[in-house]
Design a protein around this ligand. Structure first.
Ligand code: ZN
Length: 333
């Protein structure tokens, strides 16, 4: 019997302006064969879109994430989730996504500055964004949503509708499909090979032409078979499965690596990026899984770099060899 499973989640937030409580329904459908999830929220049709050509650095022209607008244009958490309304760490701010794909789906504006050039993002800005995200992840975990996914789309070819630099995070009762798959593969690898894949990966790749560099607590490597253009993986050197296990200086090490990869991308003429953090609840995976981040560039040559091979073939067509772009990015470590 084919199982056509679906369930709904409801996201709740306080509307900007009126201060009225609002909510939004997300339907989550599970593929009967692969078990992967598809999230549908009809309200996302109404998302505002900023045009790249019309986005000079001045914040006067109505960017909802710029200082002066953010307080009046973005929603706040319901009081029973977070009484202060928005989570702040340094200059980073976290608030509910108005067009969510999960009952807990947030926007993390990691800098108040409306700058789009990726080589200008400092490790301090990125670190504050990660620390703010971790605060949200911890709150969600305390409220029965222990799984999380932190990601970043930068510029429209990476899928961003608002250009002001921002991460997004979602939290749920189960992991997103890619993290579930990664955990399953990591566990299966250890059963098969008798070793932790991630330990072996770090050992083997540190002396390879794909090695990029090291920052505090993280090693940066271009993967053998990248999932996207000029992809780099940053793997925790410590036996951590969760972003919540990192000390502040290790968060800075993670942010430092991301900022260096971005400078490398910029030097190669790459402007848009997509990032995903593979993180589980603390002490998950019995030592078989490691906290890591994957970051890729998004092509500007054509409108969209995900086509039939990527979308329906689940394979990736690329133009750059990891050994070559690793050498270029290494110069920034
Ligand atoms: Zn802005």
């Amino acid at each position: 019997m084919l199982r056509l499973d679906r369930y709904t989640e409801r996201a709740e937030y306080i509307l900007p302006g009126t201060g009225a409580a609002a909510s939004c329904e997300i339907e989550i459908r599970i593929d009967p064969m692969s078990g992967t999830a598809t999230r549908i929220n009809r309200a996302r049709r109404g998302r505002p879109k900023q045009q790249e050509s019309a986005s000079p650095p001045e914040h006067a022209n109505g960017c909802p994430f710029c200082p002066g607008n953010l307080e009046s244009a973005t929603p706040t958490f319901p009081k029973d989730f977070y009484p202060k309304g928005r989570i702040r760490e340094g200059r980073a701010v976290v608030f509910p996504n108005m067009y969510p794909l999960s009952s807990l789906h947030v926007v993390v504006v990691f800098t108040p500055e409306h700058r789009l050039e990726i080589q200008t993002f400092t490790k301090e800005e990125i670190a504050e964004g990660i620390l703010a995200s971790a605060s949200f992840i911890r709150l969600a975990s305390e409220r029965g949503r222990p799984f999380h996914f932190l990601g970043w789309n930068h510029l429209s070819q990476a899928g961003a509708s608002i250009l002001h630099p921002h991460f997004q995070a979602i939290a749920g009762e189960s992991p997103v499909s890619s993290i579930r798959e990664c955990l399953a593969s990591s566990m299966a690898y250890r059963v098969r090979e008798g070793r932790c894949f991630w330990e072996e990966f770090l050992e083997a790749e540190v002396n390879s032409p794909r090695y990029v560099g090291r920052t505090n607590g993280f090693s940066w490597i271009a993967p053998w078979a990248p999932m996207g253009a000029c992809e780099v993986i940053g793997v925790s050197d410590g036996q951590f499965s969760s972003i919540l296990e990192l000390e502040t200086d290790q968060v800075f090490g993670l942010a430092d690596g991301i900022s260096r990869v971005l400078k490398g991308y910029w030097s190669m003429g790459l402007r848009a990026v997509t990032m995903g953090v593979y993180s589980l609840p603390p002490r998950s995976g019995e030592g078989a899984f490691r906290l890591h981040v994957r970051i890729m560039a998004r092509s500007r040559r054509i409108g969209c770099d995900r086509a039939f091979l990527e979308l329906y073939g689940w394979e990736v067509g690329l133009t750059d060899f990891p050994e070559e772009y690793a050498a270029a990015i290494r110069g920034f470590f």
